[in-house]
Write a protein that binds this ligand. Sequence first.
Ligand code: SAM
Length: 343
Amino acid sequence: VLENAAKFPSTILELMDGFRASKALFVASKLKVFDRLKDKGSLNAGDVANEVGSSLCGTERLLDACAALGLLEKTPQGYSNTDSANTYLTSDGKYSLHGYVIHSNDHLWPLFTNLESAVKEGTRQNHRAFGKKTEDLFKDYYRSQEVKQHFMAAMHSIAHLTARDVATAFDLSQFKSACDLGGCTGALAHELVQIYPNLKVTVFDLPEVIANTSYFQPSGQCTAPVTFVSGDFFKDNLPEVDLYILSRVLHDWPDEKIHMLLSKISAVCKPGSALLVAETVLDEQKTHPPRAVLQSLSMTEGKQRSGSEYKQLLEKYGFMNVQIKITGNLLDAVLCFRKSQST
Ligand code: SAM
C-alpha cells in the first residue's frame, strides 16, 4: 500500500513513456499513415502495410499504438483517422503540423538524444547528432533543399496556428506598413493583411527562404499587400515601415547578435513607430509554460525570456510603453513604441 505522501506516480510514469509516444507519432507521420487513411473510411492493418510498404506485424503494432494514443480510431472494420489527425497530421491540410513532426524527428530527436552531453557541456550538440558543428543554425538547415522544405513547413504550421492570436493581441489598425523580419513563409503577414486591410506587409528573410515561399502562399487569394524581400537582417538595410515584427526570432540568438539586430531596428524606427515581438513569454519564475522551458534544452545560443526580461531588453534599445499580452496560444505578443530621441 502506498503511503499518503507517495501518491501513485502517474506523472513520472507518463514522462518515462513519453519518448515512445513521440516516436510512434513520428514514425506514423514519416510513413504517411495519416495521409493513407484520409478519406478512406476504415482500412485494415494489411491494407495499410501494403500501402506504406512495411511489415504486417510492425504496422499492426504501430496502428494500435496510434489508436491507444488517440490519433486513430480502431473498430472491427479497421483503422481510421480521428478528426484531429485529419486536420493536423495529414501532410497537405491547411493546419498541417506534419512538417513540424518531421523536423522534430529528424532534427530535434537526435539533439535530445545527446541531452546529457548538452547539459554537461552547455552547448548545442550538432557535432554529436549530425557529425558537424554549426555556425549559423539556419544556414545549416538551408544547405539541403529537403531539410529547408521541412523546416519551412514546420515554421509555417506553427505560424498558421498562432497568427490570428498574435495579429489581434493588440489593435494594429494605426499602422500602414509593416515588416516581418525573419517572416519565413509569410503566414503571419497574410493573417495581418486579412485583419488590417490598410496594412501593407513586407516579409524579410534570407534569400534561400524567399526563393522557396511560393509553395506556401494561399491559393486563389490576392497576395498584393504582402511582398517578399530577401536579405540578411544582421547585414543589410531594413525596409522603412511603421511596424517591425520579430516572431520567434529573438530566442534563437546570443546577446551580441540581438544587440546588432535591435540596434538596427531602433536606428531605422521613427519615433512613434513600433516593434511587435511574438514569442512564448515565460512566467517570472521561468518554469512555465513547460513547452518553452523544454525548448531551451536544445541549447541554441539564444534563450527564452520572461515578460520583465523582454521589457528590460526592449527599453535598452529605446523602446517604451512595452505591453505584454499572454494569448493562451503557443505564442504571446509584446508591443512597444520607439521613443523620440529627446525623451
Ligand atoms: N517568423 C517565423 C515564425 O514565427 O514562424 C519564422 C521563425 S524561424 C524560427 C526564424 C526565421 O528567421 C527563419 O525564417 C529564418 O530564415 C530567419 N532568419 C534567420 N537568420 C536570418 C537573417 N540573418 N536574416 C533574415 N532572416 C533570418
